[in-house]
Design a protein around this ligand. Structure first.
Ligand code: DLZ
Ligand code: SF4
Length: 508
């Protein structure tokens, strides 16, 4: 019998399981721009434009392939996916609904109520676009107390035969070249200019629509530079492989005044909405290495992110939800400062990371983890407010990837299920990784006093206020020991200065 196939805004791939076996002559495909999905957080406008424009282009592609497509645009005022589906079922006279399982628990729960609400059979398919299914991950995680990415990653390398030699050993003899991915940025070389994308008529219309309906959301749309079709996303990735990949590994953890993206791939949003496929991009990078176009550490660093991290965080999410979202190891409850929504702070590294996140919807992983996330951890900012902020501002953010990365990795809210120790660091780390401090009014070498880098006193404030918890972690032993050996009056002065930072800088 006839089925209606719902395709969500982050499932825009012909390899989407609900399309793979569809019969264009009989089945009908539904895509809908709806208020509920567009407003459950204050999404960055770049994210809404990316998704709506990519949905419209994908609908066109499906029509070219002969499908009957029902498309509901935002102007039509459809409130929710459920409403869109109810109308779509009526219009298409379909007797069943097929949809690929969504990437967020929130929406999964809603969909589980559809069968009774809509009175038709509703079939949820596994999202086969991931390289490790939810069941695969469960099998791996079963019985493990801590879920270390490194071991998961090694299994994935073997399973997909990526960067493996003929004897089944990792190329170069090592699984992980992370140690070669940490060079600090001192503007040693030029960052290549990224080519602009052409904004076509469809995207132009969506930009106008989003400017009209989302006037208060972050995002400077004059800077819109994202691909909205598979071909353009692939072209951007090809550009990366040719012009940036060779330096990607070396400067993967660097922080630069000059460039928001340096040598990063900028493809996570395309992977996450279906415009690129994870295995194909890994294979393309491996081929580039085999041709001698990039270093092994660069290729391995890239493949670790896509084949390792990306699949791993998704596994953790479905493994630990729904109670994962409520975890908060350090009982962090301080409200987000208002300047998280403007970037107006004198802390140069933080201001730059916040501003580009708001304006462009993009920050690279060290900005997210060690500048913004680290600050939130040290200052004890409210975990769920911070998570909502990340979910809102980044173009690639869907809860399956955002929540474990923010709550687990950056804020250590899961008591170390993911990370063996909190990613807490002082200004010294930020200074080593880049050139922001030279342009900053604070001094990373000072801990107390007017000109001292706030990260420094907040770092010790964090160590001091959580020493009981942190002492139980062997990897924190040296730091806690060193802190306790310092003179009581010195410790006191630093903690008091940290208090003052919390009372002044945070509420500025
Ligand atoms: C993020 C998003 C936005 C902004 N708008 C829509 C939409 O109008 N229609 C739609 O189908 N999907 C949208 N999405 C993506 C969904 O929120 C996403 O599918 C879920 O969060 C699950 O990952
Ligand atoms: Fe950031 Fe501190 Fe350096 Fe300023 S001095 S850029 S606040 S690390």
């Amino acid at each position: 019998s006839k089925t209606l196939r719902l395709v969500l805004g982050d499932q825009l791939s012909l390899e989407n399981p609900v399309l793979v076996n569809a019969d264009p002559d009989r089945d009908c495909v539904l895509l809908a721009e709806v208020a509920e999905e567009a407003s459950y957080v204050t999404h960055n406008r770049h994210k809404i434009v990316l998704i709506f424009s990519a949905m419209r282009h994908f609908a066109e592609l499906l029509r070219e392939k002969g499908f009957t497509v029902i498309y509901r645009s935002f102007d039509e005022g459809v409130s929710s996916l459920q409403e869109a589906v109810a109308e779509g079922l009526k219009k298409s006279k379909a007797e069943a609904l097929l949809v690929t399982a969504p990437g967020e628990y929130r929406l999964l729960e809603v969909m589980q109520g559809w069968e009774s609400a809509l009175g038709v059979s509703v079939v949820l398919q596994d999202d086969g676009r991931f390289l490790s299914s939810i069941d695969d991950f469960e099998t791996w995680a079963d019985g493990r107390k801590q879920l270390r990415m490194e071991y998961f990653y090694r299994e994935m390398r073997r399973r997909y035969e990526l960067l493996m030699d003929e004897d089944g050993e990792p190329e170069g003899g090592q699984w992980n070249y992370d140690a070669d991915n940490r060079k600090g940025w001192r503007a040693q070389i030029d960052v290549p200019e990224r080519p602009a994308v052409t904004v076509d008529k469809v995207t132009r219309e969506v930009i106008d629509l989003v400017e009209k309906h989302f006037p208060d959301n972050p995002g400077d749309l004059r800077e819109f530079r994202l691909a909205v079709t598979r071909e353009d996303a692939q072209a951007q990735f090809d550009w990366f492989c040719e012009h940036a990949l060779d330096n990607f590994g070396t400067y993967q953890d660097a922080l630069a005044e000059e460039s928001p993206w340096m040598f990063h791939g900028l493809i996570s949003m395309y992977l996450n909405i279906g415009l690129l496929e994870p295995l194909a991009v890994c294979q393309q990078v491996e081929a580039a290495w085999r041709r001698g176009d990039c270093s092994l550490s660069g290729a391995e660093g890239f493949i670790r992110q896509v084949l390792g991290w990306r699949e791993y965080v998704r596994g953790v999410y479905w493994h630990a939800m729904p109670d994962y979202a409520k975890r908060n190891t350090f009982d962090a409850k301080r409200s987000l400062p208002a300047w998280f929504w403007s970037g107006d702070t004198d802390m140069r590294c933080l201001s730059q990371a916040l501003k580009q996140s708001l304006d462009l919807g993009y920050a690279h992983h060290i900005q997210r983890l060690m500048v913004i996330g680290n600050f939130a951890l040290l200052a004890g900012l409210d975990v769920s407010e911070v998570c909502d902020w990340y979910l809102a501002v980044y173009v690639d953010a869907f809860e399956w990837v955002e929540l474990p990365n923010t709550l687990g990795m950056a804020l250590h809210g899961d008591k170390g299920l993911m990370a063996s120790k909190p990613y807490a660091a002082s200004g010294k780390y930020i200074q080593r990784q880049g050139n922001h401090c030279k342009a900053c009014r604070y001094d990373p070498k000072e801990t107390t006093g007017e000109g001292a880098c706030p990260y420094n006193s907040l770092y010790w404030h964090f160590i001091d206020r959580h020493q009981e918890y942190l002492t139980r972690n062997a990897r924190m032993g040296l730091i806690i020991g060193g802190w306790k050996k310092r003179k009581a009056e010195d410790r006191d002065a630093i903690v008091r200065w940290g208090d003052r930072i919390l009372a002044t800088v945070l509420d500025a």
